[in-house]
Ligand binder design. Structure first.
Ligand SMILES: *Cc1c(COP(=O)(O)O)cnc(C)c1O
Length: 826
């Protein structure tokens, strides 16, 4: 569905500058995701940190001609002759208004889903339940924000028979806007939990805010067994149908009479609107899945799915994978594995992800795609669209797997293309064997068994892996940015292989989020990042005298901390005929590690810098010895004063701006007034708040698996030197991780524990080089089960506390042989 630019102008009440004809099919808020420039309307959104107006010149160069702005560029008629600028007071509101008007075009059931947890699962399962008979448009992944909701609603087109959209809020006042855009005919509240509670005065207040989604809906769906929800929903004057579910109230429209859990499935017996008793079975046993299935059942029955159809489809429900994984493959390939449901909108997001990650040596981009199940759309049209998307996102090789996609091979207009009826046929082909030096996006509907491809393509890994959540890195980045003024710059510390998380993937993520500087320890780390497509500014914290040439060759900016280093650097730069090379001056204000003395060295430093033109100071900085501990506040103040004076002296000697910085992660929070021009974020980025040892958003999870289980009778011992004395009959598991992987030996002999199926299992006896033994007595587990050493459920600080050290040491101690696996969730 497209709109003319005139129509859009009227719908959002804009004033138009420019008169070129145009049709709008795509809305864009993030310049990096541009795909179809000719039909794109760009909304120049302003956030505290960024201003979309800055990207107008670049987007214009790339072919975008239509912009919604608050400020029309001066001289627009000359600089942007064939463009349209739609001027509005608030670009976000204009985006929301346009989506709202688009929504008005549809007289179909629209399901709006809110709640603290389970929104995405309910949305996806409803999709699975309804799509066999209705053409569904839904929010991609979890696009449920003030920007995500309008972009989702915009995806509805002439084919759409039902819309399903999530509405997520984090503070009061947000639901009203989302309600106006979605205008649900059926509004669902999944549940009420603790998320974002800090922004609400009480649970009831949060519930009231969420229930704003219910206003004007014809049907509302909620849990009447929840006292708070029932109270708040009961208070509000609502004329439509209340489709409540309950496990207690036999008069509830969706009465759940009995839940039977078996080993791998649950059967739910229900009575819908006083009819006869029915039941369905789902292939899950956890409570969240059961509750979500009840909500889905109520809604599906309400929109016309029969009890028989429901039972049949419930049995087929698929788990919702939200992960997009990046893995190193064989033969120089990188795999991006998106196990998220296969449909065109999530394909678009995955392609965008692949396209935005820079790649060293410009490796080719390959897409392996299964049949897409999207009822309603003509396959010819669908695969034509897939082809367009893939091409625009830089895919040069296409591998289609499935009967339907093979039949429509002609629609795929990519020169290098191959089709197979099944995964089996593909993995036995020459095409599979010849995959080399490619970035491969794998996107397959579950039933095709794409995991077989991944298994064969991924290098065999040691069972122990460090899983790194790149989405959490971004959340932590934004958490610290929220303490900073918008103009304050940021250095992200990715030294020590990004505190163990792996610097390349972390750097790619940070570059995509436009941090000002990355910092590594030595020149080789910087060169390696350059080789992997990192173009951000890079600072070298411990430059070696032998590596100046590498720094010059790769545009790496060294820290300078002594006269000896300064002289050698100047000499090396002069020899190369370099002038004005940026460096970062370190002052020692009390750490007494490296740096110039701000009280004694400044005059000489300035004098030497002035009498050469090979290098120029780009920034000047110092480091707190104890910003994480209030007991050092006086000393920190003393450090700051020394730094303030020394750095001002340096600045006074030069005309150009020299960036001043001293705050590290803890300082950003604790000394906001000392943020100056720039801050240096380290540990906080990896999710640990060193001030209170709390986890912000966990980034790294170290996992392994049980190799072997054995019964050990009382009186026996476990491990070297008979250290692990067993005093009652026990079950002991061996796990393939030892001190050579970075599992500190001092954790052994019951000094710490890991988690097996959520239960604490202590390390028994001495930890060996490659293996450790744990006590799983009384824990329900078997060989092959996963074990968490630290991570999402066991904070790394538990280990660092047990070892009487800091989390930095535990994280950076994970050895290189432990494979890093990256993923994004959202
Ligand atoms: C490592 C480092 C940081 C980051 O410190 P965190 O406590 O991890 O935030 C900042 N500045 C310098 C000079 C560093 O070496």
């Amino acid at each position: 569905m497209t709109y003319t630019i005139e129509k859009v102008t009227t719908l959002i009440g804009a004033r138009r500058y420019g008169s070129a004809d145009a049709n709008v099919g795509f809305l864009l808020t993030d310049s990096r995701s541009l795909c179809f420039p000719e039909e794109t309307l760009f909304f120049a959104l302003k956030s505290t940190r960024n201003d979309g107006h800055n990207y107008i010149p670049e987007l214009y160069r790339r072919g975008v001609r239509n912009f919604v702005v608050t400020d029309v560029p001066a001289g627009y008629a000359v600089d942007y002759p064939d463009a349209n600028f739609l001027k509005v007071v608030n670009t976000l509101e204009a985006l929301q208004r346009l989506a709202e008007r688009h929504r008005d075009e549809f007289n179909i059931p629209i399901i709006g889903i809110t709640g603290s947890n389970g929104k995405t699962m309910v949305k996806e399962w409803l999709y699975q339940l309804l799509s066999p008979q209705l053409y569904v448009t839904r929010s991609p992944r979890s696009y449920n924000s003030q920007i995500g909701v309008p972009l989702s609603v915009w995806l509805m087109d002439d084919n759409t028979q039902v819309g399903i959209f999530e509405a997520g809020i984090s503070q009061p006042g947000e639901m009203l806007a989302l309600r106006d855009i979605i205008q649900p005919t059926i509004a669902v509240l999944t549940n009420l939990g603790d998320a974002h509670q800090e922004n609400f005065s009480s649970m009831e207040e949060k519930c009231r805010e969420k229930l704003i989604l219910f206003h004007d809906a014809q049907t509302v769906v909620y849990n009447e067994d929840d006292a708070i929800i029932n109270k708040v929903a009961g208070e509000f004057n609502y004329q439509g149908e209340r489709l409540c579910w309950s496990l207690k109230d036999s008069k509830a429209p969706m009465y759940v009479k009995k839940i039977e859990k078996k080993e791998a499935s649950s059967t739910i017996h229900y009575i819908y609107k006083g009819g006869k008793e029915n039941r369905y079975t789902i292939p899950f046993i956890d409570d969240a899945s059961i509750t979500n299935s009840i909500i889905c059942a109520a809604v599906a029955l309400h929109v016309g799915v029969s009890a028989e159809q429901l039972a049949e489809r419930m049995e087929q429900l698929e788990p919702i994978a939200m992960r997009l994984e990046v893995k190193e493959g064989r033969h120089g390939c990188t795999l991006i594995n998106d196990s998220y449901n296969s449909d065109i909108n999530s394909l678009d997001i995955a392609l965008d992800f692949m396209n935005r990650r820079p790649d060293h040596k410009g490796r080719r981009r390959t897409l392996i795609l299964s049949d897409i199940f999207q009822s309603g759309e003509e396959p010819a049209e669908l695969y034509h669209e897939v082809s367009d998307l893939a091409r625009k996102r830089g895919v040069v090789k296409f591998i289609g797997i499935g009967k339907v996609i093979s039949e429509y091979a002609d629609e795929i207009q990519i020169a290098e293309k191959f089709f197979f009826e099944s995964v089996g046929a593909f993995i036995h082909s020459e095409v599979f064997k010849s995959l080399r030096d490619e970035v491969i996006l794998l996107k397959g509907a579950r039933s095709f068994g794409f995991d077989q491809i991944t298994e064969l393509l991924v290098q065999k890994v040691h069972e122990t892996v460090l899983e790194v959540n790149l989405g959490a890195v971004v959340k932590n980045l934004n958490y610290y940015r929220s303490f900073m003024k918008t103009e304050t710059k940021l250095v992200c510390m990715i030294k020590a292989d990004a505190y163990g998380a792996g610097s390349v993937e972390v750097a790619k993520t940070l570059q995509d989020h436009r941090v000002d500087y990355l910092a590594v320890a030595v020149a080789d780390e910087g060169a390696m990042l350059r080789g992997n497509g990192i173009t951000s500014n890079i600072m070298i914290m411990n430059p070696e005298m032998s590596a100046f040439k590498t720094m010059f060759d790769y545009d790496l900016e060294p820290e300078v901390y002594s006269f000896r280093l300064l002289d050698a650097l100047v000499k090396a730069a002069e020899k190369e005929g370099i002038t004005g090379y940026p460096v970062h001056i370190k002052l020692d204000t009390g750490m007494h590690r490296l740096g110039f003395d701000p009280e004694k060295d400044m005059d000489e430093l300035i004098d030497r810098l002035k009498h050469q033109n090979a290098i120029i100071p780009r920034s000047v900085f110092s480091h707190f010895v104890g910003s994480d501990d209030n007991s050092f506040d006086d000393f920190s103040a003393h450090q700051f004063q020394l730094f303030d004076e020394g750095s001002k002296k340096l600045q006074a000697a030069f005309d150009h701006k020299i960036l001043r910085h001293i705050d590290n992660s803890a300082g950003i929070e604790h000394f906001p007034e000392r943020q100056l021009d720039m801050c240096r974020l380290g540990l906080g980025l990896y999710g640990i708040n060193s001030r209170n040892n709390q986890i912000i958003n966990n980034v790294s999870t170290l996992k392994t698996t049980i190799l072997q289980l054995r019964n050990v009778p009382a009186g026996d011992t476990v491990g070297y030197s008979r250290k692990g004395k067993i005093d009652h009959d026990s079950v002991i598991a061996a796990i393939p991780i030892g001190y050579a992987d970075g599992l500190n030996r001092h954790l052994g002999n019951r000094h710490c524990y890991c988690l097996v199926n959520g239960k604490k299992a202590e390390y028994v006896g001495n930890i060996c080089m490659d293996v450790a033994m744990i006590d799983v007595t009384g824990i329900d587990c078997k060989e092959g089960d996963s074990v968490e050493i630290f991570g999402d459920h066991l904070p790394v600080t538990v280990l660092s506390d047990a070892l009487d050290t800091i989390p930095y040491e535990v994280l950076t101690g994970i050895s290189n042989r432990v494979k890093r696996v990256y993923y994004q969730d959202d």
